[in-house]
Design a protein around this ligand. Structure first.
Ligand SMILES: [Zn+2]
Length: 130
């Protein structure tokens, strides 16, 4: 089970990225607090920490923008409401791979299907296989 590849939904991924940024920011600022004897180092670390936290705010804002564009659906697997970004995404709750593209139904999940070129290439391949 451990090596089973799990796809998490994009919104969740970005959200955890923003959370990590906040932690990094606080860690760097804490480093600044520890090095308060060296003034330039403390200032640099503080500024760096603030930058990380600002960046995370930008990322959170970006998630908000993305969420408005995401397509709300009911997951067929766990029947909870989730949101999809792009043509291929995973359920936020049960990580069930989902697609909005009928042609890709039953095809092995690949995040690269969000790329239009990759998708049409894959579709052509499916047609050839039939
Ligand atoms: Zn689900």
């Amino acid at each position: 089970m451990a090596d089973k590849l799990v796809y998490s939904s994009k919104i969740n991924k970005i959200r955890s990225f923003a959370l990590i940024l906040i932690f990094v920011g606080f860690a760097v600022m804490y480093g600044g607090l520890l090095s308060k004897n060296i003034e330039w180092l403390m200032l640099t670390l503080f500024l760096l920490g603030v930058m990380f936290i600002l960046l995370s705010c930008v990322v959170y804002f970006w998630i908000g923008m993305l969420s408005t564009k995401a397509v709300p659906i009911i997951c067929p697997s766990c029947e909870k409401p989730t949101k999809m970004l792009g043509k291929v995404d995973a359920c936020m709750h049960c990580k069930q791979p989902l697609t909005l593209d009928k042609d890709l139904e039953g095809v092995e999940f690949d995040e690269r299907y969000n790329n239009r070129k990759f998708r049409s290439k894959a579709k052509a391949k499916i047609k050839n296989d039939e």
